[in-house]
Each structure stands twice: as structure tokens, then as C-alpha cells.
Design a protein around this ligand. Structure first.
Ligand SMILES: *Cc1c(COP(=O)(O)O)cnc(C)c1O
Length: 360
């Protein structure tokens, strides 16, 4: 068996220990004689798996008691609609900050349901930074403010948590949740598709302050209504059981690594290794403002884009895979989620040095 160094932006690398554990339990989970995939979601075995996953997540992120944790489907993209449907009434203004491709999509979806006010945008700067909050133009009243703390495609990350007083702060944390500690109490809602830093695709995590439940519009599909999900312990319909189980294994693995403070140290060092290599070279460059460089998704450009194909092919030969930038922006992107080791980053940096010596 050969495992590659996988820098995919999502679905992304999972910890090998988690995959091993899943394999060992694949045919017979804990003496039940069946796979978790084959189990009723109402069975005691699965209810225990689900409850343990939630408890471990709550402990990792220190989620306060007055927040509900929901395990849903539909990806972060379904939450683009769920957010306005759950938090605004028809005609309300919803505030959004536009920092890249994912905020743009969230805004487009919200416009179907609410009056969207884009309070700041870095589009004219090619989405290479986060507009400082002092420049934001908040409307007189807003049902909520939506931000994308880590833009997965542009590799742009907030270096602050917005201060919005009484306006519920909603954050799409799809690509940076669990990369380090987070003060959940600053947010009304946090949501994330699982396939970046949580588990396999098909599961979506929503953490919502309980006083924000029960406000959904009448037209809200039951499947998007957080209150419906909360009342049913995320089992209003059949939940994505296997993804939930795997996420639980990832949460347990994170605890074994020392929790999110330990992960933050590891992630800081990994990102530093790669950015240092980029900055030390005239051959590679980062398109992102230094203060807003993402630790999870690192886009970089070759001085001569005609070499992009050769770079990707040579990387592939060294077992370094999924380094192509998103199809909308080109260039390169290395995603350094929790399951990507320092060893993988070291191998990437060594390869980049070799490639530069050969072609620079
Ligand atoms: C991947 C991603 C999404 C889309 O997630 P889906 O689960 O595919 O809907 C949305 N926002 C961000 C920040 C992402 O990284």
C-alpha cells in the first residue's frame, strides 16, 4: 500500500489512524456483527456513536451549553439558504462581507430570500485580503452578519473576529473549523461542510445559539429548519450515519493529539514552513496579503505559469498530489488541514526547491 501526500482542498486527507480504525471496525462494529453503515440510526449502538461525537466536539471547541450542535446534510451550500431562512423575515436586510468565491456564493443564495447588504468587499483587489472592520458600512439594522473566516479558494483568512454587538454573527467555517481553538460564544451560528477538516463529504455541522432557533420562516423546508433538527437530535430523517461516525473518530483523534491548542501549534508551523519557502524564493509567490494568509489553504504562483503543468506532473511523481489551484483561479494550492502532516509539508518544500533549481 502506498499513501500519497494529499494536499486536496476537499474532500481532503483524513488521519491515517482514523482510516485504520474505521477499517478494523468496518465489518463488525464493537461486537454488533454489522458495519456502522448497516445499522439503524435508532439503535443503541448508533445513538451512542452520535452522542459521543457530539460530546467530543463540544469538549474540543468548548461549545457553551446554550448552543445546539447539529449534524446535517446538504453541505455548506445548503446552509447558504438555511441561514436567511432561519434568521430573517421576508424584507429584512442581511449583511454580508464578500472576501472571495465562497462569500460570493453565499450572497447569491441569500439574495433569493433577503435584502442583502454587502458591507465590504475585496473583489476589486482580486480577493487578496480581508477588508478591516473599520471600513465596513453596516446597515442601520441587519438580521445577521455573515462572514467567511477562511476562503478556501483564495486562501484568505480573517485575522480578527468581527465585533457586531447585538447582530448575530454567522460564519462559514467550512475550511478552518477545528484548526485551532475558537471562541464559539462570539458567534450566533457557525457552520461547516465536513469534507475539509472534519470527515467525509455528506455531513454538515451547524453550531447555533439556542435563542436563534424557532425563528424560521413558514416556507422553510423542514430539512433546512434548525429548530426541527435540534428537536430531533439531528434525526428528523435518516442522518448521514457513517459520516457522523467517522467525524466522531476524527474528534477522538484530535483529542489524542492534545486538542485544538496543540493542533494550532502544529498548523502554524506547517503553514510557516511553506510560506517561508515561498517568501525565500523569487520563483514562487503568494498572491495573498501577509496578514490574511490562510494556514489551511496556501495558494501560490510560479513565476512562469507555462511551467504549471510540468510542476504538477513532477509533484505527482514524488507522491505529492492535488496541488492544482481551483479551476477558477489557476496556479497552485496546497491545503494543509489537520490530517496533513509536517512531514508532508517538508516533502512539498523539498520538491519545490528541487523544481526551482531545475527550472528557475
Ligand atoms: C467547500 C466550501 C463550501 C461548499 O461546501 P459544500 O459542502 O460543497 O456545499 C462552502 N464554503 C466554504 C468556505 C468551503 O470551503
Amino acid at each position: 500500500m502506498t499513501r500519497v501526500y494529499n494536499f486536496s482542498a476537499g474532500p481532503a486527507a483524513l488521519p491515517e489512524a482514523v482510516l485504520e480504525r474505521a477499517r478494523s471496525e468496518l465489518l463488525d462494529y464493537a461486537g454488533t456483527g454489522m458495519s456502522v453503515m448497516e445499522m439503524s440510526h435508532r439503535s443503541k449502538a448508533f445513538i451512542d456513536i452520535a452522542a459521543r461525537a457530539e460530546a467530543d466536539l463540544r469538549s474540543l471547541l468548548a461549545v457553551p451549553e446554550d448552543y445546539a450542535v447539529l449534524f446535517l446534510q446538504g453541505g455548506a451550500s445548503a446552509q447558504f439558504a438555511a441561514v436567511p431562512l432561519n434568521l430573517s423575515a421576508a424584507g429584512d436586510t442581511a449583511a454580508y462581507v464578500n472576501t472571495g468565491a465562497w462569500s460570493t456564493k453565499a450572497i447569491a443564495e441569500a439574495k433569493r430570500y433577503a435584502e442583502v447588504s454587502v458591507v465590504a468587499s475585496s473583489e476589486s483587489g482580486n480577493f487578496s485580503h480581508v477588508p478591516p472592520q473599520a471600513e465596513w458600512k453596516m446597515p442601520a439594522s441587519a438580521a445577521y452578519l455573515h462572514v467567511t473566516p477562511n476562503e478556501t479558494i483564495g486562501g484568505v483568512a480573517y485575522d480578527f473576529i468581527p465585533d457586531v454587538a447585538d447582530v448575530p454573527l454567522v460564519a462559514d467555517y467550512s475550511s478552518s473549523i477545528l484548526s485551532g481553538p475558537l471562541d464559539v460564544s462570539r458567534f450566533g451560528v457557525i457552520y461547516a461542510g465536513a469534507q475539509k477538516n472534519i470527515g467525509p463529504a455528506g455531513l454538515t455541522l451547524v453550531i447555533v445559539r439556542k435563542d436563534l432557533l424557532g425563528r424560521a420562516r413558514d416556507i422553510t423546508p423542514a430539512m433546512l429548519d434548525w429548530q426541527v433538527a435540534a428537536e430531533a437530535d439531528s434525526m428528523y430523517n435518516t442522518p448521514p450515519t457513517y459520516g457522523w461516525y467517522l467525524a466522531g473518530l476524527v474528534f477522538a483523534w484530535l483529542q489524542e493529539q492534545g486538542g485544538l491548542a496543540a493542533m494550532a501549534d502544529i498548523n502554524r508551523r506547517k503553514a510557516q514552513t511553506l510560506y517561508d519557502a515561498i517568501d525565500a524564493s523569487n520563483f514562487y509567490s503568494s498572491p495573498v496579503a501577509k496578514a490574511n494568509r490562510s494556514q489551511m489553504n496556501v495558494p501560490f504562483l510560479l513565476a512562469d505559469s507555462a511551467l504549471d503543468k510540468a510542476f504538477l506532473a513532477a509533484a505527482e511523481e514524488r507522491g505529492l498530489t492535488n496541488l492544482g489551484g481551483h479551476r477558477s483561479v489557476g496556479g497552485m494550492r496546497a491545503s494543509l488541514y489537520n490530517a496533513v502532516s509536517q512531514e508532508a509539508v517538508d516533502a512539498l518544500v523539498a520538491f519545490m526547491g528541487d523544481f526551482e533549481r531545475e527550472h528557475g
